[in-house]
Ligand binder design. Structure first.
Ligand code: FAD
Ligand code: SF4
Ligand code: SF4
Length: 680
């Protein structure tokens, strides 16, 4: 059959019965192009169904495919990646199938059309929650009441999409957002759609092109007060979806942000008040990006806000996780000072559960609402013998101690870090800077599977850090102190639920690595030990149970950030900080707990350059501190690009927002380019 879509090797393939979907897509098809993530595979053509990553081990035979909601047919296999909207994908197939209906039986003729109308509405952001039940009912009627296979199978793609990707349907209906940035009506520009906080990228990029840095930064801060921080450490979700990337390379949005924010460093920001002073006091627990953003927005609305922080410094993982060579502390402190200037009080060295309780805040001290933004600071243990020996230092504890000036002496030591995420790479690069003689990173999967940012892994390699892939520690050796770690070689087995191949031990392949320090960095979770009897509930992964409005199970107590999502990123925490502030405000004004969106309007500044002149322009290469100059210090590694380079880079932007204004907003492109000015 035909193998098509987002797969490296497309074409006709002949396979034995019983081969798994994963083997076809990854071994024969060569995996997904451009390092994108596999999302689903549609089997059976327009009358089949989609199958997600969790079923990659399913053998390709009639019964197995039927069991997972698809069919085996002559239509071949269409592979889709993370950039595909599954609502739009289902609509695409439904359009074909309904056009084929001969119209003789009512369920097929009317049902297909009705379902298509509903999907059209959902894609346009006009869906309603009850639409999902209606789709399910129509599907059942079509399957039971249509006389031929066409009518019976037509609902298949929609049913399968709804079965596996209901969250995408809900995002279109409830958040008016197409997560993949495909549905035209809902996507002003793919970059801002991909940014968790919805930062107005085309506007600030456009203004930076003109040298209007202060205005650009003002727009940025409407949704994200941490421009200097994110200009350095953001994973740049926006860039991974930038439309310019379809032509050559994405616009260097993060570096533009950094230049814009750094340029304005001599102009401290006093955030504007957006509401009348209010008397209801709000307490925020935790001073990471989620807590500080929530505090800022609430202070801007006029509430008196106090942030309680357990550590001696504010900033959360921005201060005690991300190392200084990636995020200098003066940069972070500059942005925290901005938030204080909004009237937010930050009290350090005060821990919930130790120095005060929720009852103290809500009953004793008269706070009317509390936002818990306590992050995920408890290291996960390896769970292997010898883990408690001296010289074993868990990742986030190690980085926190270094950040707080309590770095261990690693001079001349052999260090091994376990893990494949950012914490592991940060710990390894920090150990190297502290003078370790040799630093190893031990990871149980392959390099391609590492969740750490690719550039960070590359930088670590340049610094001489040695990677051991498909390797897992099984025992820590040594009398009292660690002297070595026993490692078990792994090989790739079946696919797991995430769509990656599961590592399995190679029998008898065990070896020893001599080390003086072992740093396990395999994940973090929220410390819940303080919460007994507080009326809060937690999920199995230790995240706080919250409603869609970010309200916890205790009235008046809300939550945001890593404590809700699990370890994520600064900008995701900022986005939740914005949202939780809206929910708290709504609660304090109405007594109701409801989801309220944080949605400042977009700006559409006029286009100021000739786009055609930048058709061939190339993205500038980033600049870094020489490797030799990094040893023994925490100097910032990524260097600032110069003004001319940045302003020229801005002009590679295709101003997708103006096209949206024309096609959805009803303003002609020429008029939009020329006349649509920023609101005052
Ligand atoms: C090593 C490392 C590197 C990272 N690198 C990046 C990166 O490059 N880019 C990126 O975007 N993200 C990165 N992240 C993730 C990012 O820092 C977090 O997702 C983000 O900081 C989460 O914000 P938060 O406000 O939810 O929690 P946090 O930033 O963790 O802040 C929570 C705060 O609550 C405080 N707290 C906890 N318990 C209590 C209590 N009982 N009482 C009072 N206060 C309490 C904590 O001390 C902390 O200050 C990294 C994380 C780590 C650990
Ligand atoms: S915060 Fe991050 S994702 Fe959002 S626009 Fe900036 S770089 Fe992009
Ligand atoms: S080309 Fe410009 S507007 Fe379009 S997605 Fe990229 S940064 Fe955004």
């Amino acid at each position: 059959f035909a193998l098509t879509g987002k797969v490296n090797n497309t074409g006709l393939v002949e396979v034995p019965m019983g081969i798994t979907l994963g083997e076809i897509i990854f071994d024969i098809g060569g995996g997904i192009p451009k390092g994108k993530k596999f999302k689903a595979v549609q089997t059976g053509g327009p009358l089949g169904g989609c199958i997600p990553a969790e079923h990659l081990n399913v053998p390709v035979d009639f019964d197995s495919l039927k069991e997972v909601g698809a069919v085996m047919g002559s239509g071949g296999m269409i592979v889709v990646d993370e950039d595909t909207c599954m609502v739009e994908f289902a609509r695409f197939f439904l359009t074909f199938a309904t056009a084929e209906s001969c119209g003789k039986c009512v369920p097929c003729r009317v049902g297909g059309r009705r379902m298509l109308e509903i999907l059209n509405r959902i894609c346009a952001g006009e869906g309603r929650l009850e639409d999902l039940d209606t789709i399910r009912e129509i599907s059942a009627q079509m399957e039971a009441g249509s006389l031929c296979a066409l009518g019976q199978l037509t609902p298949g793609p929609v049913k399968a999409a709804l079965r596996y990707f209901e969250h995408e349907f809900l995002a279109h209906i409830e958040d008016k957002r197409c997560p993949a940035g495909v549905c035209k009506e809902l996507t002003v520009a793919r970059c801002l759609n991909a940014c968790p906080a919805g930062v107005d990228v085309p506007s600030y990029v456009s203004l930076v092109a003109e040298g209007r840095y202060a205005e650009a930064l003002e727009i940025h801060r409407e949704r994200n007060p941490f421009a200097m921080v994110c200009g350095r450490v953001c994973p740049a979700f926006c860039e991974s979806r930038c439309r310019r990337g379809d032509i050559d390379e994405p616009v260097a949005i993060r570096q533009i942000k950094r230049f814009m924010a750094d340029h304005e460093v001599d102009h401290p920001w006093t955030p504007a008040k957006r509401g009348k002073p209010k008397k209801e006091k709000v307490a925020v627990v935790g001073s990471g990006p989620a807590g500080l953003t929530a505090a800022l927005r609430l202070a801007q609305m006029g509430y008196p806000v106090t942030v309680f922080e357990a550590l001696p410094v504010p900033g959360g993982m921005m201060a005690v996780g991300i190392p200084e060579y990636r995020l200098p502390r003066d940069v972070l402190n500059f942005e925290i000072e901005n938030i204080k200037r909004a009237g937010v009080e930050i009290v350090c060295n005060k821990a919930l559960g130790k120095d005060f309780t929720l009852d103290d805040l809500l009953n004793g001290q008269g706070y009317k609402a509390v936002v818990l933004a306590i992050g995920a600071h408890k290291s996960q243990r390896l769970g292997i013998p010898g883990e408690d020996k001296e010289g074993v230092y868990h990742g986030v504890d190690f980085l926190r101690d270094v950040a707080l000036g309590k770095a261990p002496d690693l001079t001349g030591k052999r260090v091994a870090v376990v893990g494949g995420g950012n914490v592991a790479i940060d710990a390894a690069r920090t150990a190297w800077r502290l003078g370790a003689q040799k630093v190893h990173v031990i990871y149980r999967r392959t390099r391609e599977d590492m969740p750490a940012y690719k550039e960070e892994v590359e930088a670590a390699k340049q610094e001489g850090i040695v990677f051991h892939f498909l390797t897992n520690p099984v025992r820590v050796l040594g009398p009292q102190r660690v002297t070595a770690v026993e490692l078990q070689q792994q090989e790739l087995g079946e696919f797991d639920r995430s769509g990656r191949r599961r590592p399995v031990p190679v029998e008898g392949a065990v070896f020893q690595l001599d080390v003086d320090v072992l740093i396990p960095a395999i994940g973090q979770r929220t410390d819940t030990s303080w919460a007994d009897g507080d009326g809060l509930e937690f999920n199995r992964d230790a995240t706080l149970k919250v409603s869609k409005s970010l309200a916890t199970t205790r009235p008046g107590v809300f939550a945001a950030g890593d404590a809700v999502s699990g370890p994520a990123s600064v900008i995701e925490a900022v986005a939740q900080g914005n949202r939780v502030a809206m929910a708290v405000d709504h609660y304090l004004r109405t007594g109701q707990v409801e989801k309220v969106d944080y949605n400042p309007p977009y700006h559409y500044p006029a286009l100021s350059w000739n786009m055609d002149a930048y058709a061939e322009a190339k993205r500038p290469a980033p600049k870094f501190l020489d490797v030799a100059a990094r040893r023994g210090n925490f100097q910032e590694v990524e260097l600032l690009l110069d003004e001319e380079t940045i302003r020229e880079e801005c002009k590679r932007c295709l101003r997708c927002d103006l096209e949206w204004l024309e096609s959805v907003g009803g303003v002609s492109l020429e008029a939009a380019k020329a006349e649509h000015k920023m609101p005052a």
